[in-house]
Design a binder for this molecule. Structure first.
Ligand SMILES: [Cu+2]
Length: 93
């Protein structure tokens, strides 16, 4: 849906203004969770977790997550290395 994509695009734009800078190439969308953390969904459907302080953390595949709009989603994969690699790339001087 184009409206949905516009909303996701806007939220990516807004979150891009925060201190958190990750290499967003390969990240299709990022969803806020009720506990304040964020799940990043890669183009291949795998996911990586980021806590409320912007640090990547591990989550078991299959674990359920609650989004801020009260939807449930199941964790796919655990791409924490992919996410932190992206972050490290941006920390180069
Ligand atoms: Cu997760």
């Amino acid at each position: 849906m184009s409206i949905f994509k516009a909303v996701v695009g806007l939220s990516l734009l807004l979150s891009g203004l925060s201190a958190f800078a990750v290499d967003r190439e390969g990240i299709e969308k990022s969803v806020q969770l009720k506990d304040g953390s964020t799940v990043h969904v890669f183009k291949d459907g795998k996911m990586a977790m980021e806590d409320k302080l912007g640090r990547p953390y591990r989550m078991k595949p299959g674990q359920m997550m609650q989004t801020t709009d009260s939807q449930s989603m199941a964790m796919q994969g655990d791409e924490v290395a992919r996410l932190s690699n992206g972050q490290r790339a941006h920390m180069r001087p």
